[in-house]
Design a protein around this ligand. Structure first.
Ligand code: CMP
Length: 226
């Protein structure tokens, strides 16, 4: 995909006119990261905003013992790194490339200029930040109020919301994350993830097909666990 096309496909730039889209395409540079490559670390100074051209990244916070919590998994068309750019504070989390990925990097000053000139970018940005806050609220509720089975179900619903494709009442989640990543999203162990997913499969709620996970009756699953 050429860069102009890519910029046009990014939701926060979708309302820009052709000239403005070309300008955004010119101010950024492409960067490639391999599987498990670190894009930046929590606490670093932030100098750029990133847009995912291809691949997936995970947003993680770690503790001194190497424990990891995954706050979110982002895919193509998503952006990250806006927080340090907007408030001037250090990076709030570490970002790791899950597989090989290609990112489009826009320098802080250039991005802020785009936002100043095009209020519709600011509005789209606010809409996406609001969506992330709603999701984070959902995660707080899930982590504090639900048991392990409920937390695993919640992570599956989150992934369905982020990257699922709905078809005849079923939701297909392609490239379903590794069990360890799921455990780090649900605040539980890999064993609990494995046990719970197998329980859901036995109950007919889920099916596994290659790398994809299928929620066989999305409405039923959602009403049981959200
Ligand atoms: P920044 O703080 O610059 O660097 C880490 C980035 O991770 C942050 O900007 C956001 O883009 C992203 N991020 C942090 N917390 C979340 C979250 N809860 N959901 C999605 N993305 C997040």
């Amino acid at each position: 995909m050429d860069i102009v096309e890519l910029v046009r496909a990014v939701p926060i730039f979708g309302d820009l006119d052709e000239n403005e889209i070309k300008k955004v395409a010119e101010i950024g540079i492409n960067r490639k990261f391999s599987k498990n490559g670190i894009v930046f670390l929590e606490e670093e100074e932030g100098a750029a905003l990133f847009i995912i051209i291809s691949g997936k990244v995970k947003i993680v916070r770690t503790d001194d013992d190497g424990g990891e919590v995954i706050l979110s998994i982002l895919g193509s068309g998503d952006f990250f790194g806006e927080m340090a750019i907007l408030d001037g504070l250090p990076r709030s989390a570490t970002v790791v490339s899950i597989d090989n990925s290609e990112l489009f990097m826009i320098h802080r000053r250039d991005f802020l200029q785009v936002v100043e000139k095009a209020p519709q970018v600011a509005i789209s940005l606010l809409r996406e930040l609001t969506r992330r806050l709603r999701k984070a609220d959902e995660q707080i509720k899930s982590l504090s109020l639900k048991d392990a089975v409920g937390r695993v179900a919640n992570v599956i619903l989150q992934l369905a919301d982020d990257s699922g494709k709905i078809k005849k009442g079923q939701v297909i989640i392609p490239d379903f994350p590794l069990q360890q990543d799921l455990a780090n999203m649900a605040g539980t162990s890999r064993e609990t993830i494995s046990r719970t997913i197998h329980q859901f499969i036995r109950e007919g709620l889920l099916e596994q097909r290659g790398n994809s996970l299928i929620i066989t009756n999305f409405d039923k699953f959602k009403s049981s666990y959200s």
